[in-house]
Design a protein around this ligand. Structure first.
Ligand code: DON
Length: 310
């Protein structure tokens, strides 16, 4: 892939010229402060190389991309029992929908929307203090990324906790439906902290290798999760990873991916690469505006797609 480095630079240059950059999320005060004029991209390859361009070493809170790693941990711990508590269908609704949860009697539609991720946090918590469970998620991210320099951002964690009224409503409704074992505030404490883990595109692309290479951090090495679980998490990223923009992302980019409210996207080209892009301005369905354009550009120019040639 000799031309990949120059390709990332040319995509980054094109993105820096774009006037329309989307709107930053402002429902969490700490996220509203992010400068929208940033763009980073990293691609982690099977041979251990990671190529990057732009603001690829600037940290941002990984928000909902933590949901795919937390799901992997929960599946490793509880296997198929996880699916007794959360579904596997796309939601077609906003990620924090309360109406849908009530219609589904407290069983969240999938683990990549907030209600589903809260149930997954409850599974990971397993009667421990939330601090211990946060450490487990953090260590999993550090191990996957091969980088110990990954921490929870305290300001974002606090901001999430102080303004997470919809998440509290979801957690309380799930508790009332007997699908949460712990006190809702304990389960939410883990959820808020995992959302606030700060990582750069480079670190995120490196962590995403476990989904690109059958649970391994490259073609060699031991598996952090089983290949079957990596495949299943990828299937959920494809169908549910971009909220109600999931169909469009599959249509235009053709790769499983998870998008987050502060503009990050992790996408997986199975057997080839893990890709992270970050640009904080969002499009009308809440996915990174420039990040989505850049992912399509990269997929078209490299020919990476799970559906066939671009
Ligand atoms: O729960 C929230 O509001 C955020 N911390 C999670 C945001 C996110 O990226 C949405 N994704 N499903």
């Amino acid at each position: 892939m000799d031309d990949l480095g120059p390709l990332l630079i040319s995509i980054t240059e094109r993105m820096s010229r774009e006037k329309k950059r989307g709107q930053v999320a402002d429902y969490i005060p700490e996220l509203a402060k992010i400068d929208p004029n940033q763009f980073g991209i990293s691609v982690a390859l099977a041979d251990g190389q990671t190529l990057s361009a732009g603001d690829a070493d600037t940290s941002f809170s990984i928000q909902s991309v933590s949901k795919v790693f937390a799901l992997s941990l929960a599946l490793t711990r509880r296997g198929a029992d996880v699916w007794k508590r959360v579904g596997r269908e796309p939601s077609g609704d906003p990620f924090n929908s309360i109406v849908q949860l009530e219609a589904d009697h407290g069983t969240p539609r999938n683990p990549l929307i907030n209600s589903g991720a809260i149930v997954i946090s409850d599974i990971i918590l397993a009667a421990r203090d939330h601090v211990e469970a946060v450490d487990e998620v953090l260590n999993f991210m550090r191990n996957a990324a091969d980088d110990d320099n990954i921490f929870v951002g305290p300001a974002v964690a606090k901001s999430e906790q102080q303004t997470g009224f919809r998440n509290a409503a979801l957690a309380n409704f799930i508790k009332a439906s007997y699908n949460i074992d712990h006190a809702p505030e304990k389960t939410l404490a883990l959820y808020f902290h995992q959302c606030a883990i700060a990582m750069s595109c480079r670190q995120l692309a490196q962590a995403g290798r476990i989904f690109a290479f059958g649970g391994r951090k490259g073609v060699d090495g031991h598996a952090l999760i089983s290949s079957g679980r990596a495949r299943r998490v990828n299937s959920l990223m494809l169908t549910c990873g971009h909220y109600d923009g999931s169909g469009d992302f599959a249509f235009h980019v053709g790769l499983p991916g998870k998008s987050v409210v502060d503009g990050g996207i992790l996408a997986i080209a199975p057997g080839i690469a893990s890709i992270a892009v970050w640009s904080p301005g969002l499009n009308k369905v809440g996915n990174s505006h420039l990040g989505t354009i850049a992912m399509e550009d990269l997929a078209v120019q490299t020919g990476w797609s799970i559906f066939g040639e671009h």
